[in-house]
Design a protein around this ligand. Structure first.
Ligand code: SMG
Ligand code: MG
Length: 370
């Protein structure tokens, strides 16, 4: 395939409600949308790097720089045989997984359209609908938290994740468990704790949580090993798992028992599938994490989560949980059994509404590659 040009869009989209985590509050979600064009087709990708380097060091600004100045020129100037060839052409460049993943997603979409296959089919997906849950940001009070959780349960979500931060962890988790004794529940610390906080997590051991996600630093497998050794509740790693190699080492060292897979965090869908495959081999459950994606990234997450090892509900909620107006259609709806349908059309299986995209675009640039 000979590519003609790439267009980058830096977006800012108002969230329906601010989303608070241990590293900050987001009211508007920024990301970079990548549109690749060649041989009469276009492919769309979403780079999930946001406004500030809280979840990871990448931002929409650093991703733009990497895409424009390095990743696109290095990988698209010559004709491409497949998506894997693009990955090989940028393998010598270090870091910036979210920028890579955004470009890779656009190429998967393009390839799916060219071959008339859905992304799920290309990746080896097997399910037509996937179980999903909802991630609840830190709330201002216990009453607000209980009301928010109840609202999501009433909307049909069968699994809830609570974001926690120091000073706002065991108490809220106990309150939710007290009000909803049977609810499949988990918490996510986003790297905000240290081993000195182990008593907080031991306190959570009696709450019957599905997992405790990324309690300690993203570069600290060893202390996760120590923490996991003293807990019955499985630890799930998110930020720590940057590659299939680290995933293997984390499982071998027993730093966690569950892995959250996000294509953006690991440099793309191919690496995400590699992590899925090795976790399946090791008997470790995986699930698909979320980055408050638009309909483009959500379609990609659903395709990934249709692989057989994704046995736990993903952070892939319905479109209306995030945005009043999305930039792609159809919007994703929650089924009564807390699943969402995997798109079946070619590529990502969604159409980008370019007028809606333009309304939320802060800057755009066309980069010729041929
Ligand atoms: O997409 O529903 C979603 C959000 C899921 O909590 C979520 N993601 O650490 O897992 C995580 C967070 C990171 C996103 S912060 C922008
Ligand atoms: Mg997380």
């Amino acid at each position: 395939m000979r590519l003609d040009h790439v267009e980058l869009f830096h977006l800012s989209m108002r969230l329906k409600a601010p989303f608070e985590t241990s590293f900050g509050v987001e009211s508007d979600r920024e990301c970079v949308i990548v549109k690749v064009a060649g041989e009469g087709l276009v492919g769309w990708g979403e780079c999930v790097a946001g406004q500030f380097p809280g979840y990871s060091y990448e931002t929409a600004g650093t991703a733009w720089h990497m895409l424009k100045d390095f990743l696109i020129p290095a990988s698209l100037a010559d004709p491409l045989e497949d998506v894997a060839q693009m990955r090989r052409r940028i393998a010598h460049l270090r870091g910036h997984p979210m920028a890579r993943a955004g470009l890779e997603m656009a190429l998967w979409d393009l390839w799916g359209k060219a071959e008339r296959k859905s992304l799920a089919e290309l990746l080896g997906g097997q399910r037509r609908r996937v179980p999903v849950g909802v991630s609840v940001g830190v709330q201002g009070s216990t009453a607000a938290l209980l009301a928010t959780v109840l609202g999501y349960i009433e909307a049909g979500y069968a699994r809830v994740k609570l974001k926690i931060k120091p000073g706002c962890d065991l108490g809220p988790a106990r309150a939710v468990r007290g009000s909803f004794p049977e609810l499949p529940l988990q918490v996510d610390g986003n790297s905000a704790y240290s081993l000195a906080d182990a008593p907080i997590f031991r306190g959570m051991d009696d709450l019957g949580l599905l997992m405790i996600e990324q309690p300690l630093a993203d570069d600290d497998l060893l202390d996760h090993v120590r923490l996991q050794a003293g807990l019955r509740t499985p630890i799930c790693l998110d930020e720590s798992i940057r590659s299939a190699r680290i995933a293997r080492q984390a499982l071998e060292a027993a730093a966690c028992r569950i892995i959250n897979i996000k294509a953006g965090r690991v440099g793309g869908l191919a690496e995400a599938v590699a992590i899925h495959d090795l976790c399946r081999e090791a008997g470790a459950p995986v699930w698909c994490g979320g980055m408050l994606e638009t309909g483009i990234g959500r379609a990609s997450n659903l395709a990934l989560a249709s692989l057989p090892g994704f046995t736990l509900p993903g952070d892939i909620s319905a479109s209306e949980r995030y945005y009043a107006a999305d930039i792609a259609e159809p919007v994703f709806k929650l089924n009564p059994d807390s699943t969402i349908d995997v798109p079946s059309g070619p590529g990502l299986g969604v159409q980008v509404i370019e007028t809606a995209l333009e309304r939320v675009t802060l800057r755009r640039e066309r980069i010729r590659v041929n």
